[in-house]
Ligand binder design. Structure first.
Ligand code: ZN
Length: 427
């Protein structure tokens, strides 16, 4: 018995200072959110890629995603949980269910004089980035979120959503000219990849599309930067800051693909997200004081590996699909008589006339087309919104062991605050 007690004391003695030492080494945090990404996406993508993914090596656990109002969260409540450590009602942006403002991990990092950044491929004002920098009762008020984000003086803001910064009289959706305001606050404003890569200044507002940026499957890589390019640009700027930084990077389009049951769109955007993760891990390896955490906010679409009563799945065939279902349907609308040929041209999958007619008769034609493509490859979908399954958590760097096992989405904010030595409590 004495031996056991002595062993326990010895283990505590060696273990505790080690954990504290690890925690104090977290100077920088890169939180990466693949929106809508669950285990089914991870598995299908691994088969699609043909080998292990960059994320696979860093798997540490699973996160529960339910919100204060439902077993099935939306992105606003899920993001709020990850940004503030508090579960809230679906739709709310960093406010408690009773309407009180919640301090976010980005705000807490700023209080400790850290640099901050948000990088996304949807609008910079949509739910996931908004939860870090704005407080509104409804996520749909993107025109109210934009000025709050500028108010926060975030060093690097990159994504889509130019319309929410341009005044109404000039065709935008903002009350005032927020681009002008941003320039007065010291931001360098960039509109395309070339300008982003050329910008030497540390404070940058980059808006590369009116609303969402393009799906990776259809991105014009001469105009829009990739998620990896935006991540690298953000890291170059933020890493110059002596007090360290907090950066959130979102693979926004995975969720959008899921809502449309577009498996090819999802795979290509996971690939783009994986490239960004690789950049973050490379930076963290060099730096030694950077923690990278990768965790989705929820599943989208109830995606599955296999389906339709068959013991098989063929996600690797998604490489032959060259356009989103949405774009294919736009082309078919102009030339309905050649629907069969158009689908074959972009997917290399043959559909019968009966199958094509069913797609054209559907209320939501692009979802019908995408679901039909998935069915041919034996990939299932059970919802056009989100589902409540747990999501995988990946971590690399000092403090990663805190994210091990089954965690709550709220633990993301709580653990990051502890590791960075910042406070989420009101001061
Ligand atoms: Zn989401």
């Amino acid at each position: 018995m004495r031996k056991i007690i002595a062993l326990c004391i010895m283990l505590c003695y060696f273990y505790t200072p080690h954990v504290q030492a690890e925690q104090s080494r977290v100077k920088n945090v890169i939180l990466m959110i693949p929106d809508g990404f669950s285990t089914a996406y991870a598995t299908n993508y691994r088969w699609y890629k043909g080998r292990n993914t960059v994320m696979d090596a860093f798997l540490v656990g699973m996160a529960r995603t339910y919100s204060a109002s439902s077993k099935v969260t939306d992105s606003a409540a899920a993001g709020t949980a990850m940004a503030t450590g508090v579960k809230t009602t679906n739709g709310m942006i960093s406010m408690s269910p009773d309407g009180k403002k919640l301090k976010t991990i980005l705000e807490a990092a700023k209080e400790e004089k850290k640099a901050t950044g948000l990088v996304v491929t949807a609008t910079i004002t949509h739910a996931t980035p908004a939860v870090f920098a704005a407080h509104v009762p409804s996520r749909w008020k993107e025109e109210d979120i934009a000025p709050q984000m500028l108010q926060q003086q975030i060093d690097v803001l990159l994504g889509g959503g130019l319309a929410y910064f341009i005044p109404k009289k000039e065709g935008g959706e903002s009350q005032t000219d927020l681009i002008d305001e941003a320039k007065k606050k010291g931001y360098t404003f960039v509109r395309n990849k070339h300008q982003l890569l050329a910008a030497q200044e540390e404070k940058v507002l980059g808006l590369f599309a009116e609303k969402d940026m393009a799906p990776e499957l259809e991105r014009d890589n001469t105009i829009e930067p990739s998620l990896a390019e935006m991540t690298s640009a953000a890291l170059t700027k933020l890493s110059k800051h002596p007090q360290g930084f907090f950066l959130m990077v979102e693979g926004s389009q995975i969720d959008k693909a899921g809502h449309h049951h577009d498996a090819a769109w999802a795979m290509k955007d996971i690939e783009a997200f994986e490239d960004a993760v690789e950049k973050a891990i490379e930076f963290a390896k060099q730096d030694g004081e950077t923690l990278v955490v990768v965790v989705g906010d929820h599943d989208t679409g109830g995606f599955s590996v296999g389906g339709y009563g068959k013991y098989e799945a063929n996600p690797q065939l998604l490489h032959t699909v060259k356009k989103t279902g949405h774009s294919m349907m736009k082309e078919i609308e102009r030339d309905e008589n050649h629907a069969k040929e158009i689908i074959k041209h972009y997917t290399n999958i043959s559909f019968s006339k009966k199958e094509v007619d069913a797609i054209l008769r559907a209320e939501k034609e692009d979802i019908a087309l995408n679901t039909a493509i998935s069915k041919k490859l034996l990939l299932g979908w059970t919802s056009t919104v989100h589902t409540g399954v747990d999501v995988p958590v990946y971590a690399y760097g000092p403090g990663r062991e805190l994210f091990r096992g089954l965690i709550q989405n709220t633990d993301v904010a709580l653990h990051l605050a502890k590791l960075m030595g910042v406070s989420l409590q009101k001061t």
